[in-house]
Ligand binder design. Structure first.
Ligand SMILES: [Zn+2]
Length: 218
């Protein structure tokens, strides 16, 4: 258990949400972009635990893929996510995340730095044989699912920052269909294995509602 709580010191925290004063609808919630997706149908069969596969193994493989894909998408727009343009790790009006270090000290850091901290932290966990065992005979730690929840909590913040601050770049790169599909996959997987808290999804709740009405989420 202690290992998990040490890790939890790095999870970051959110300032009190303030009511949004902006009346401009974010691009990612506008038609037709919010309905663009390369995957049609429903993610249920894709996220379900396959027969004869260990549940932790399934979580580990999917976390690895989500991490890599989100990293790749962020990499495609990272030239536009600078300390000058994104001085805070924001996720729309009223949502700003503070980074919490190993000593549980919170600090306000620019979005690119926050995201770099998140990605480095996840990479370290994935490379840690005690957290993500790859060798025969090694078991997953009892805290593994809590660690995966903590990773999901941080990854959805990266999604939220990209959606709220850089979606115009996603559109100019014609990536919105892929990005929406990745997000729908991520949310469906999170639901299937109870990896996302209600409060974590608030900045993207409206998009999730639209995707729910399209029947794409499981
Ligand atoms: Zn940014």
């Amino acid at each position: 258990m202690s290992g998990f709580f040490n890790i939890s010191g790095k999870f970051g925290s959110k300032t009190k949400p303030k009511r949004s004063t902006s009346s401009v609808r974010p691009l990612f919630l506008c038609q037709p972009y919010c309905n663009n997706s390369i995957v049609k149908g429903n993610f249920k069969t894709i996220v379900q635990l396959p027969k004869y596969v260990d549940a932790n193994e399934w979580l580990a493989v999917n976390v690895f893929d989500f991490y890599n894909y989100i990293n790749m998408f962020y990499g495609s727009i990272s030239d536009f996510c600078t300390a000058r343009d994104c001085p805070n790790m924001s996720a729309g009006a009223g949502f700003e995340y503070l980074w919490m270090d190993g000593q549980k000290k919170t600090s306000k850091v620019p979005a690119p730095q926050y995201i770099d901290f998140v990605m480095s932290w996840i990479q370290t966990l994935i490379n840690d044989e005690n957290t993500f065992p790859t060798k025969d005979g090694r078991d997953f730690p009892p805290t593994f699912q809590q660690t995966v929840r903590a990773i999901f909590k941080q990854l959805i913040r990266v999604f939220a920052h990209v959606y709220h601050s850089h979606y115009d770049k996603m559109l100019s790169l014609c990536q919105e269909g892929h990005f929406n599909s990745l997000f729908a996959h991520f949310v469906s997987f999170g639901r299937e294995f109870d990896l996302l808290d209600k409060k974590d999804i608030v900045p993207l709740q409206e998009l999730i509602d639209i995707m729910d009405s399209n029947g794409i989420l499981c």
